[in-house]
Ligand binder design. Structure first.
Ligand code: IPM
Ligand code: MN
Length: 353
């Protein structure tokens, strides 16, 4: 029995999660596993009503689950930064989900903006550090609002945080056993302290993995290679901020934010799965957003729970829908509605052998 916390959040979050949960139900019946859901209403609406982001005790409560399924956080009525920091980042940090796993995989018949590239060229995974770097929020203002103002925001890299992320990436590359090739993406030519640490730890940990080919690329250059030679990549390990940026580019080459899912992983604790896309408030409540990213996040969640059969059922149903061209357009407002896509994937899961 899996205990799953469901956090639909804001905007289109509730709609896409609804479809993901339909698919989860079908997968559980087919694969024969059981689960229990508990919904939480954390997000912009609750904040506007109560001034509360995460209520006291929420993090401790979330730690009791086997996994968390999250929709999207971000509300047009709330100043940017509040909900992101106090809900999304608070969970990532509070539950020590130190890996943000972001597969970049082009499925058959999905349109990519890259000319001459197909599924055989675009299939890699970004292992993004998820608890440090510019995201920790250490900094402040001095003389705010004056002509002499100083604003500082510190880039934090700890030996422990960098090492556990790099170690995870090596293990992941080994387990994936695809091309046994790990790239580190950094900016060590400028960030001569923080990324010097990354470079040293990568070399040091790398010695324990002689079977894995090791390379590094600067973050500016990697944005070029993603576009020109995505087939070079198998697994990429990267610090938090650069990882945030390059995975939006990654999502675009795999067909857009409509298909990109991610896992915030604490290998020793509770992990959280979410679509990479945001709350997209302009599409909220219209039944037009494509829920595949949220559905794909369910597959990732099941895989992490060890329910590989259920995960494979969902992954295969998505591939069937795309490769047989049942879904032609992954953008919002395609010819199929949110619920039609969810129903189709549910049906394919039910019909699978
Ligand atoms: C993401 C998002 C978040 C991030 C925001 C919403 C805080 O962009 O999951 O990539 O920067 O990590
Ligand atoms: Mn992002």
């Amino acid at each position: 029995m899996f205990d799953i916390a469901v956090l639909p959040g804001d905007g289109v979050g509730p709609e896409v999660l609804n479809e993901g949960l339909k698919v989860l139900k079908a997968a559980s019946e087919k694969a024969g596993f059981q689960y229990k859901l508990k919904h939480y209403d954390f997000g912009g609406e609750r904040y506007l009503k109560t001034k509360e982001t995460l209520p006291p005790g929420a993090l401790d409560e979330l730690k009791q689950f086997d996994a968390i399924y999250l929709g999207a956080i971000g509300h047009p009525g709330v100043k940017p930064g509040i909900l992101e920091k106090e809900i999304l980042l608070a969970i990532r940090f509070g539950l020590d989900q130190y890996i943000n796993l972001r597969p970049v995989k082009l499925y058959p018949n999905v349109w990519t903006p890259l000319k001459d590239k197909g599924p055989e060229h675009i299939d890699f995974v970004v292992v993004r550090e998820n608890t440090e770097d510019l995201y920790v929020g250490i900094g402040g203002f001095f003389k705010k609002g004056t002509k002499d103002e100083i604003a500082m925001q510190e880039m934090i890299a700890t030996r422990k945080g960098v090492e556990r992320c790099i170690r995870y990436a090596f293990e992941f590359t080994k387990k994936r056993a695809k091309r046994n090739h790990l790239y580190m993406c950094d900016k060590a030519n400028v960030l001569t302290y923080a990324h010097d640490l990354w470079t040293r730890v990568f070399a040091e940990v790398g010695k324990e993995y002689p079977g894995i080919k090791q390379d590094h690329a600067y973050v500016d250059a990697i944005t070029m290679w993603f576009v020109k030679n995505p087939e070079w990549f198998d697994v990429i390990v990267v610090s938090n901020m650069f990882g945030d940026i390059i995975t939006d580019l990654g999502a675009m080459i795999q067909g857009g934010l409509g298909i990109a899912a991610s896992g915030n992983i604490n290998p020793e604790g509770v992990s959280m799965f979410e679509p990479i896309h945001g709350s997209a408030p302009k599409y909220a409540g219209k039944n037009v957003i494509n829920p595949l990213a949220a559905i794909s996040a369910v597959a990732m969640m099941l895989e992490y729970l060890g329910e590989v059969k259920g995960a494979a059922l969902i992954e295969n149903a998505i591939i069937k829908a795309l490769s047989e061209k049942h879904i032609k357009n992954l953008s919002a407002g395609g010819e199929l509605s949110t619920s039609q896509i969810g129903d189709m994937i549910t049906k394919f899961v039910k019909e699978s052998k």
